[in-house]
Design a protein around this ligand. Structure first.
Ligand code: PGA
Length: 273
């Protein structure tokens, strides 16, 4: 059976999920794990995966551990992505990392627009509008994060914020490449707080984002992976991932523990725990 048919079959014909969307679970380790800790995690993780099929797995370690992680996973289905990237191929950008440098390591993509980078490191929509096409042009997978603050949600501005971010950040992505961007809906109030969005809240926001993509290209909207991030844990992953528009997760804290992360990856495979 072709890999891309598995999710639809598992979830049954009532699912709205497109057969072309393979679930994806990515670990965002943030500023955690040395090279030694990365290698130890990956050895245990790869050993625990067993027959896990029908889900794409991505680990995003800190920049210092990218090379070791890419090497450790070279003969596995697990892919490695960075947590940030600069759009220029080289230049006077102290502290930044360029796409050719990631490619050389065998890195498959990069998170861009994470709310911590937007809020703490001044990553702007203008920069993201350059980073996303630069990654696509180099054959790397962009993981574009969007999401509203608690104040914005309470003020009823969630959809306006998402619309502004999606339209600005993907402005220079051709419709033919839209489906190659993985979008992570990460409500800022749910990140690292233990306050996960309800499956209904996450589904509603992600369906809204898919509608924004559909306004540009219906085919791309149906094919794009849009995942949820924000306090995903083994005990809530199943109910989030079984929502029709939620194609997996971007996992922070719970991805630092092998057993928890394996359980979350399994939830994406099964549609439930
Ligand atoms: P969390 O982080 O799972 O710890 O909430 C998610 C993220 O920031 O990507």
């Amino acid at each position: 059976m072709p890999d891309n048919q598995a999710p639809q079959q598992r979830r049954g014909s009532a699912s709205l999920r497109s057969a072309s969307r393979t679930p994806l679970v990515a670990a965002n380790w943030k500023m955690h794990k040395t090279v030694a800790e990365t290698e130890e995690f990956l050895d245990r993780f790869l050993g625990s995966l067993g027959e896990l099929e029908g889900v794409e797995l991505v680990i995003c370690p800190p920049a210092t551990a990218l090379a070791a992680a890419a090497e450790r996973t070279r003969r596995s289905p697990v892919r490695i992505a960075a947590q940030n990237v600069h759009e220029a191929d080289s230049g006077a950008f102290t502290g930044e990392i360029a796409i050719p440098m990631l490619r050389e390591l065998g890195v498959a993509g990069a998170i861009v627009g994470h709310s911590e980078r937007r809020a703490l490191f001044c990553e702007t929509d203008e920069a993201l509008a350059r980073k996303v096409p630069a990654l696509l042009g180099a054959g790397l997978l962009p993981f574009l994060c969007v999401g509203e603050t608690e104040d914005q949600r309470e003020a009823g501005e969630t959809e306006a914020v998402l619309k502004r971010q999606i339209e600005a950040d993907l402005a220079d992505v051709d419709a033919s490449r839209l489906a190659d961007v993985v979008i992570a809906y990460e409500p800022i109030w749910a990140i690292g707080t233990g306050r996960t969005a309800t499956p209904e809240q996450a589904q509603e926001a992600i369906a809204f984002i898919r509608g924004l993509l559909a306004a540009r290209d219906a085919g791309a909207a149906a094919a794009s992976r849009i995942v949820y991030g924000g306090s995903v844990k083994p005990d809530n992953a199943g109910e989030l991932f079984e929502q029709p528009d939620i194609d997996g997760g971007l996992v922070g804290g719970a991805s630092l523990n092998v057993d928890d992360f394996v359980a979350i990856c399994e939830a994406a495979t099964l549609g439930e725990i």
